[in-house]
Write a protein that binds this ligand. Sequence first.
Ligand SMILES: CCCCCCCCCCCCCCCC(=O)SCCNC(=O)CCNC(=O)[C@H](O)C(C)(C)COP(=O)(O)OP(=O)(O)OC[C@H]1O[C@@H](n2cnc3c(N)ncnc32)[C@H](O)[C@@H]1OP(=O)(O)O
Length: 178
Amino acid sequence: MLDALRVLRDTASGVDLPADVARNASLDIERLSGLLKPYLVADTLQAAGRTPGIGGRAHALLPMVHVDEADDNRLVGHVTFGRYYLGGFGAAHGGAIPLMFDEIMGRLSNAVGRPMARTAYLNVNFRAITPIDVRLRVEVRHDREEGRKRFLTAALYDGETVTADATALFITLKPGQR
Ligand SMILES: CCCCCCCCCCCCCCCC(=O)SCCNC(=O)CCNC(=O)[C@H](O)C(C)(C)COP(=O)(O)OP(=O)(O)OC[C@H]1O[C@@H](n2cnc3c(N)ncnc32)[C@H](O)[C@@H]1OP(=O)(O)O
C-alpha cells in the first residue's frame, strides 16, 4: 500500500489537472481515507516507521534508501528522490536531503545492538544539485564514540560528484529517558 502511495505522491506532484479530474481524484482519495480510518491505532502500535522489513521502515514521509552493503561501522546504499521531493529545476528539495541523512545515519547509529540514540545535531553541506529521478549512492560512517556521544559522517553521490555531505551527533538515551 505504501509503495502505491509513493507512486500516487510522485504522480500527484507532477500533474496539472483539469478541475473535474481534480474533483474526482479528491473524492477517491477521501474514500480511501474513510476506508483506512477504522484501523487507526496508538502511535506505538502503528506500522509506519516501525516495520524494519518494509522499505523506508514503512514510513510514508521518508525517501526510500536501499541498503546495499553494511557492517558495524559503515553502510552503503542507494536512493532515488522521486518527483514528490522536487524543490525546483530538477533538484531535490533542500529539506528532503537532511531527512534522508537523518534516517540512514540514525539507522547505522542504532545498528548492531547499539542502544537507541537520538539526533542532537545534523549538519548538512549542499555541494552540488541533487537531481531527482536519478539513482544516487549514499555512504555513512560511524566514526567514533565518546561516552554517550556517537559521531557519524555521510555523503551523497551522483556518480563521482558529492552532491551533499553531513556530520551528525547522536546521543544514547539514558534508561527511561523519553
Ligand atoms: C518496533 C520498533 C522498530 C523501530 C525500528 C528502529 C529504527 C531505528 C532507526 C531509527 C532511525 C531514525 C533516526 C532519526 C533520529 C531522530 O531524528 S531523533 C529526533 C530528532 N532529535 C531530537 O528530537 C532530539 C531532541 N533533543 C534531546 O532529546 C536531547 O537534547 C538529547 C539529544 C537526548 C540530549 O539530551 P541529554 O540526554 O539531556 O544529554 P545532555 O546531557 O544534554 O548531552 C550529553 C552530551 O552531549 C552533548 N550535546 C548534546 N546536544 C548537543 C548538540 N546539539 N551539539 C553538541 N553537543 C551536544 C552535551 O554537551 C553533553 O556532552 P558532555 O558534557 O557529556 O561532553
